[in-house]
Design a protein around this ligand. Structure first.
Ligand code: NAD
Length: 354
């Protein structure tokens, strides 16, 4: 197949990890006879420096003509003033909104070899392999808000429609069909009206179309505990924008390092935005210490979700597993005093395994 990909290196370690992910895509193209054409564009702090905007119109134009976006990371101390009118993360929110990417997929897998980097016991971690499906363009992060009077009070509004809940729940149920056929839907239906609508809508969709899936409803407070006490019991976790934000960060500790985690943001069609979960890590930028696994596994998600290339996606994931099994470690997963390979050496090892 032929596909066009917008690449957004962004800031900090962004360009370093992206380079390795592109090398992996190039290897997949040559091995499986595909053609991937890359179009690099600006986002985040480096875009602010060059154009005054975190998401230049030219970047959106480039992405509109492509089949998928591969984004590394944005931000850094230079632009970290929260009251500045132009900030790097506006690029992220803007691009998600522009393409109506309403479903955020974040897989979290525990690697036995990295178990000592997590605060959990080995026996709790074994077999953990879960997928968050987080609603990304609605809820309290986008609802009506106001600081009132002289700033002594303020409100934000959690607002969901049946359609918004249904379309993201569809993504979760379909994902579960290709996995272990279980969805845990997270809400706070005992307190919030918006979450009663959430539960009712998920229950109805399940009864209409997905009775083959085992559906459980969990209150968000219980879920925070179960993620630590029985993480293996989860398959697909469906959550609202805010609950998914918090729970997926909690679950990220199960993987051993933030550098390991990929994500995909999807809309109604096959177009998607793929990015590692981590930020721009300015503390290690330019030192060859960045772990490229999150970005490389985001490439695997792109191959699967936007291009329908399951075999190729699996080949990338297997290659990462093989390199880890060979003992190669980047600095973040090497352990204190242990030797480690550079970002580029790790990326090249993955390329070599494909
Ligand atoms: P961060 O994710 O950049 O870093 C947190 C810690 O994890 C740091 O110690 C870092 O060195 C380490 N780390 C992160 N990614 C790593 C990798 N691939 N390999 C090895 N170690 C890695 O979060 P932060 O320090 O809170 O934020 C730094 C900047 O990134 C801020 O400007 C923030 O706004 C931005 N940020 C961007 C995104 C994004 O682009 N999606 C997400 C989060 C934070």
């Amino acid at each position: 197949m032929k596909a066009k990909i917008t690449t957004l290196p962004g800031d900090g370690i962004g360009p370093e990890v992206l380079e390795q992910a592109i090398a992996v895509l190039a290897r997949v193209a040559s091995k499986y006879h595909h053609e991937f054409v890359f179009h690099e564009a600006l986002i985040g702090g480096s875009a602010i420096d060059k154009t005054g905007s975190a998401l230049p119109a030219e970047t959106l134009r480039t992405a509109e003509q492509c089949d998928a976006i591969l984004l590394a990371a944005v931000g850094g101390p230079k632009w970290d003033n929260p009251t500045a009118p132009v900030r790097p993360e506006q690029g992220l929110l803007g691009i998600r909104r522009h393409f109506e990417l309403f479903a955020n997929l974040r897989p979290v897998k525990a690697y036995q070899a990295l178990a000592h980097f997590t605060p959990l016991r080995d026996d709790l971690l074994a077999g953990v392999d879960l997928l968050f499906v987080r609603e990304l363009t609605g809820g309290i992060y986008f609802g009506p808000r106001q600081e009132q009077g002289d700033g002594d009070s303020a409100y934000d509004t959690e607002l969901y429609s049946v359609d918004e809940v249904r379309r993201v729940a569809e993504v979760a149920f379909r994902a579960a069909q290709g996995r272990r056929k279980k969805v845990s839907s997270i809400d706070k239906a005992n307190v919030l009206a918006s979450m009663r609508l959430w539960r009712r809508t998920v229950t109805q969709l399940h009864a209409e179309k997905y009775v083959d899936i085992d559906l459980e409803h969990l209150l968000v407070d219980s879920c925070t505990m179960y993620l630590m006490t029985r993480p293996r019991s989860f398959d697909v976790i469906l959550a609202s924008n805010m609950f998914g934000d918090i729970l997926s960060d909690e679950a990220s500790v199960l993987a051993g390092s933030l550098g390991m985690l990929p994500s995909a943001s999807l809309g109604a069609g096959t177009f998607g935005l793929y990015e590692p979960v981590h930020g721009s890590a300015p503390d290690i930028a330019g030192q060859g210490k960045a772990n490229p696994i999150g970005t490389i596994l985001s490439v695997a998600m792109m191959l699967r979700h936007s291009f329908g290339l399951e075999k190729e996606a699996q080949a990338v994931e297997d290659a990462v597993d093989m390199v880890l099994a060979s003992g190669a470690r980047t600095a973040d997963i090497a352990g204190q005093g242990s030797s480690y390979v550079s970002t580029e050496e790790f990326g090249q090892a993955v390329v070599g395994q494909i």
